[in-house]
Design a protein around this ligand. Sequence first.
Ligand code: MEV
Length: 403
Amino acid sequence: MSREDRFDYLEALGALTAEEARYLKTGGLKDMGLAEKFVENVIGYFQVPLGVATNFVVDGRDLVIPMAVEETSIIAAASKTAKWVRENGTIRTESVGKQIIGQIQLAQVADFARFEKMVLAAKTELLRSVNRDVAHGLVARGGGVEDLQIRQIERPDGKTMAVIHVYADPCDAMGANIINQVCEYLKGPIEQMTGETVTMCILSNLVDSKLTRAIVELRGLDDELGLKIQEASLFAELDPYRAATNNKGVLNGIDPILIATGNDWRAVEAGVHAYAARSGQYRSITRWTYDDGILTGFFEAPIVVGTVGGVTKLHPTAQLCLNMLEIESAAELSRICAAVGLVQNLGALKALTTVGIIEGHMKLHIRNLTIGAGASEPEVPLVQKTTRRDFEDDQADQSAKCG
Ligand code: MEV
């Protein structure tokens, strides 16, 4: 479709209002001063394209997925693979757990057993006071600080480090600011009560208490393809070198949604990679198995996002993208991210085990090369056509040479 037709189509679907379409058509920038509110020493904006991935049906719901990303072919691959799944299978998602984690470190405790006993004995009172004095807003929305756990870490010098894990339900916020405030508030009472010294307080991005799952089931593919995808998955499960690239491909589907909705993608990246290494070896965060004509894909990792707080509500494009997804909660947004990540992974594995990555990627990437070589807008299609033919001839030559 032309860009104009895309707007008409999205408006007809109800994914964009007329006003939102007008805003995007004029470049998607309402207020030049907005950047000053977000970061420091501002000198301008850096533009990243915003596209939509189509054909997604997640948990039975049709979705148009906003993706802000600079890499050619990600959106095309997501849409094409989603079409394959739409026609031959299902995508289901679920959330497991609600609590984010804050850490209070005491670098050296004199007597760990005594420390643990004292903190656990005071747990109810500590939770009551922090919920009253700091997290009352969360409590009013149905969340709040819910638990404390004590961890013992042996240091290389033989002394003992203690870490208090603070668990909180942040509702629809990502919760970074509130959990940091909670931990800093608890520092005083803990030091007074135990006589030990708190070294630092900060959230953890390894949020294994709030996981998101996606499951893809696909029927009707031939055995050869099903088994090849299973083998590619085993490669990523067993070999960290392959796992890193596999997981990068999964995040190709997730990061663009996080960026489009104004979420902290560095936090999600850190959490996903740490979770991928939880066994002591870095592994794939997806798994594909082929059995009895059915290919099943599984994704599980922390994807902690917010639909309130941060820049999500302040950035007009982030707000527009959230509206496009018609979601009710942050949990729903993380489930959509998981679904798109898993589908993106399927698209990559299918390409890698059949035609190879260059075929699809280069067809689209030729446009960038053409512009980079100095072609003007009207020249692009002509140069693209010639370049593609040369590229294909070159490929044919090389295959002939390789016998
Ligand atoms: C490229 O951006 C992503 C892939 O390398 C992912 C993968 O290898 O699975 C194609």
